[in-house]
Write a protein that binds this ligand. Sequence first.
Ligand SMILES: [Zn+2]
Length: 323
Amino acid sequence: VKDLNVVAVDVGATNLRAALFSGTSPVRLRKVPTPRTSGDDLIMAIIGLIKEVSQGEDFNAIGVASIGPLDISRGLILYTPNLGYGNVRIRDSLGEEFRRPVYLANDAMAGVWAEKVLGKGKGLNDLAYITMSTGLGVGAVVDGNLLVGRRGNAHELGHAVISFESDMPCGCGGVGHWEAFVGGKNIPRVAARLAQLWNGSKTRAYELASRGGLSPELLYSMAREGDPFAAHVVDYINRAHAAGIMTLIAAYDPEAIFIGGSVYLYNEDLIRPGVIKHLQRYVGVFGVPRIERCSFGDDQVLEGAAAIAMSPPSSIARDAYRP
Ligand SMILES: [Zn+2]
């Protein structure tokens, strides 16, 4: 990693964040709500943030990590219900404004690159990052290379089928996907289905779940307080994670898996041990790899955007904006 100034931008569904990095640490960081109105408003907000964090200081490159789907080869954010608009010409708009190289990656790719370049994954050639939040995202480095794919949507493992007999609906239109069972926005529905099959005592979590109101926050706090129905749902979701993680292990053979995202970061105590317990049944001869909390918590994606600008992986550099 070279000791140079870069600007990192994290385009999330809720917040838009930018920071100036000098070396490997953020110097100035700013955050605003992500505009829900149009792609032009998003671009204007990012330009404003970059001017704020750079304060006239020179920088060498811009790294952008965004929610997907993306078309990295054309530098676009495609339509996503999370934003409500799409085909945002993000790469070239920023490049034309600032006349610096612009590197675009999706958020989970950035998350794994942050581990490899700046985090606990330094020195590893095979590693993965999982984000557990409203959705489920995976980034992977295999043989030292960041996996990107034709347009930048490789390893969409949140949409791996983990239950072929299930009709559990996923936001993508498919059924039985990993994200359908574990995505924060899907957890109330999963809990409601489990409530219909529940023969145990009618606890507070059970009553909430029956009405579709067991949010991830309530689920994990009630499980922590000892509610047996909440504990049952947590165990079920951990089993779904274990199935998804086995698919990841079979696909990429990682030495270590780093996990972040708000649902995981606040509930690691209830997720990590349960996932590892269920994984034992699934892994067979492959064994359970290192599974750890990600290095940068809530800043994982922002650190990843910086890592991509400081030390661009070839799979992203080939599609960068060059002034
Ligand atoms: Zn799906």
